[in-house]
Ligand binder design. Structure first.
Ligand code: ARG
Length: 431
């Protein structure tokens, strides 16, 4: 049965092809569909398209459906196209003619838009919270291991002293940058599209400001065509945020994989957090971080997938837009899973406290030596040459003492300032 049924049913093959994954994916939109409907009918009552009694009856029935959804008892029945149809069928089944009144002045096109906005707003909040958990873990580790030195590399060649304080802290601050992009996506999602109907508005005097208030949106998409165009645009903003966070996490995962390698041996994990080999009895592999790296690298294709899916679509609703759900729904879930897994793994990380006494890292300290000479009065280029010659003729001996005091360096991590930065952005999303 279709909402748009006019006496014939579409071919089964056509139905399955066009419905695709909607019956499953739309379950995640169900609670938002009910919220959107509640706001819509309150507004319809306020402009005289429903009586106060009808509104009461409809609100009660919708609250029952909301309960059913929260209990996990809500399904989209075979033969029903999507969540919007299912909710309307349930209402009509329970209430008869009153149920049929709910759809005045709206279309499934703006229902799906409003559902998606509400859904993405919540998903971005969950994402920001998962980022905060990992951020806090990284900052804690950064402080805990601030005195443990490690080699810093450029060109993957031993370069200058670094520290676990810097390393953990770097990923924390990078997450703050990613959070800015999450906040921008959040602002994009936080606009009410409801009232654009099929995409061109309605001849009913819809009070769109009222539904904006009722649904807690910061503002609305004023232009009804712009509201319809926001499908795809909002997902793209979310996709960019996902991609930014995923890139940071993939990078972190790569570092861990490399540093767990015996040639580095900088970090390790308890045996039960590693995986074995079917043939090599000694293996303790970093599969968790490899899967994380792979998933996060794939997630970086989300904005591209969306760009390709929506490229050159004609103005107005086109069914292609339905496929945006196939891309974005699993993406946010995967990213949050990866963030939580990173948090869990890092809780158990073991840091090698004595990496840099190994002679292979002697040259880490050449710049320290040059700077020591400069502070004692020697011009930089002369000091550079002197130490360079010592390295060349084998007489260079490192002091292995590090004194980096400026802000953001080994002995001055600015942990609190970075936390302040992160939480200022986080507030924009969570408040
Ligand atoms: N499942 C559809 C989607 O996600 C809902 C909107 C259907 N609208 C339509 N005109 N066929 O896009």
């Amino acid at each position: 049965m279709k909402l748009w049924s006019k006496g014939f049913e579409p071919d089964k093959l056509i139905e399955e092809f066009t419905v695709g994954q909607d019956r499953e994916l739309d379950l995640r939109l169900a609670r938002y569909d009910v919220q959107g409907s509640m706001a819509h009918i309150r507004m319809l009552e306020s402009i005289g398209l429903l009586t106060a009694d009808e509104l009461d009856v409809l609100l009660k029935a919708l609250a029952e459906i909301a309960d059913q959804i929260e209990k996990g008892d809500f399904t989209i029945e075979p033969g029903v196209e999507d969540v919007h149809s299912q909710v309307e069928f349930l209402l009509t089944e329970r209430l008869g003619d009153i149920g049929k009144k709910i759809h005045s002045g709206r279309s499934r096109n703006d229902q799906v838009l409003v559902d998606l906005k509400l859904f993405m707003r919540d998903e971005l909040r969950h994402l920001a919270q998962a980022m905060e958990r990992l951020f806090t873990r990284l900052q804690t580790l950064s402080e805990q291991y601030k005195d443990v030195l490690m080699p810093g590399y450029t060109h993957l060649q031993v370069a200058m002293p670094s520290s676990f304080g810097l390393w953990f802290g770097a990923y924390a601050e990078s997450l703050a940058d990613d959070l800015r992009i999450v906040a921008a996506a959040y602002d994009t999602a936080n606009q009410n599209p409801l009232g654009s109907a099929a995409g061109y508005g309605s001849s009913f005097p819809l009070d769109r400001e009222m539904t904006t208030r009722l649904l807690g949106f910061a503002t609305l998409h004023y232009n009804v065509v712009a509201a319809q165009m926001s499908r795809g645009k909002t997902e793209r903003a979310v996709g960019m945020a996902i991609s930014a966070v995923a890139s940071t996490l993939a990078h972190l995962a790569m570092d861990v994989c490399m540093w767990m390698c015996q040639n580095f041996g900088f970090v390790s994990f308890p045996d039960e957090l590693t995986t074995g080999s079917s043939i090599m009895p000694h293996k303790k592999n970093p599969d968790v971080f490899e899967i994380m790296r792979g998933k996060c690298n794939r997630l970086q294709s989300v904005p591209n997938e969306i760009a390709l899916l929506t490229a050159n679509l004609p103005l107005g609703y086109n069914r292609d837009l339905q496929l945006l759900k196939d891309i974005t729904f699993p993406a946010t879930t995967t990213l949050i899973e990866c963030l939580d897994m990173a948090d869990f793994m890092l809780q158990h990380i073991r840091v090698n406290p004595d990496i840099i006494s190994d002679p292979r890292y002697d040259y880490l300290f050449t710049v320290e030596e040059v700077n020591r000479l400069v502070l004692a009065g020697m011009p930089f280029r002369e000091a550079y040459k002197k130490v360079g010659l010592e390295v060349q003729n084998g007489t260079y001996r490192p002091l292995r003492a590090v004194s980096h005091t400026h802000i953001g360096s080994i002995s001055n991590l600015a942990t609190e300032r970075i936390a302040e930065k992160f939480h200022t952005i986080l507030k924009q999303i969570l408040d």
